[in-house]
Design a protein around this ligand. Structure first.
Ligand SMILES: C[S@@+](CC[C@H](N)C(=O)[O-])C[C@H]1O[C@@H](n2cnc3c(N)ncnc32)[C@H](O)[C@@H]1O
Length: 235
């Protein structure tokens, strides 16, 4: 883990984690679009990995929608602690784990949900390969990623760290992610991209010195599939 990556991992300290979890109470109600996307793929009886689960709001929602089993992983111990208290369920297990090095059985999940997590990795191919490994063949990844639209001649800023303020309440560091790079990361990890849905990201604002180089800060929902049959030369 390089130093910059470490800085981002500290984002969700106890203080930020509890503030984030309080904001979730409102957000989860308005974040209907990603949930609808997952519902279309089917939740009932599925085994789901909530990758970077935060306070577990989505993990719990999957169980309410009759998922068979949910595993929530997050590398912030404060987030995991909150999830265990606020969104516990006999069918959910929460673990503190780094998404760059998953300690979970291969080919074991029907669906992986990664909501606002991949922007925390300098090279998103790394966690995406981990996700690919734990998904069953034919399984789906639904990833919501904040996308930075850079002004012309600023393309080189991809993967620079920027400051983001969420709901005017908490400020965190994330990497600039572009749609082009994300699509390339997803394909490099072995997935086929089934759908890219463009969304607004009304609750987040860019702050600091890079603000003037940025045209817009949006969100994309990526639906990707691990091939039903892996090619003999792949992975
Ligand atoms: C913006 S929050 C999103 C939480 C939740 N998925 C949601 O949509 O509400 C980002 C989460 O990613 C987690 N995270 C950041 N880097 C991670 C890593 N390397 N491995 C696992 N989780 C990570 C953070 O601790 C935080 O809980």
């Amino acid at each position: 883990m390089d130093m910059k990556q470490e800085k981002l991992a500290d984002n969700y300290s106890q203080n930020v984690a509890s503030k984030y979890s309080r904001m979730q109470n409102n957000r989860i109600k308005i974040d209907i679009s990603p949930f609808q996307t997952i519902k279309k793929l089917g939740i009932k009886d599925k085994t789901i990995l909530d990758f970077g689960c935060g306070d577990g709001s989505y993990s719990k929602k999957f169980i309410e929608e009759r998922a068979k089993k949910v595993i929530g992983i997050d590398n912030s111990s404060s987030m995991i602690q909150i999830a265990k208290v606020k969104h516990s369920d006999p069918s959910i297990e929460y673990f503190k784990q780094d998404g760059a090095k998953l300690l979970l059985p291969k080919n074991s999940f029907d669906l992986v949900f990664a909501s606002y997590v991949l922007q925390n990795f300098k090279n998103a191919t790394v966690p995406l390969k981990q996700i690919y490994k734990v998904l069953k063949q034919g399984g789906y990844l639904v990833a919501i990623v904040p996308i930075t639209l850079l002004k012309p001649k600023n393309e080189k800023l991809a993967n620079t760290i920027i400051k983001i303020c969420i709901e005017k309440k908490i400020t965190i560091n994330v990497y600039i992610k572009t749609d082009k790079e994300l699509q390339s990361n997803i394909k490099k990890a072995g997935f086929s991209i089934e759908k890219v849905k463009k969304e607004d990201n009304p609750l987040a604002e860019v702050e600091g010195k890079y603000k003037s180089k940025i045209k817009a800060y949006k969100s994309n929902i990526y639906v990707a599939q691990k091939p039903a049959k892996e090619g003999i030369y792949h992975h």
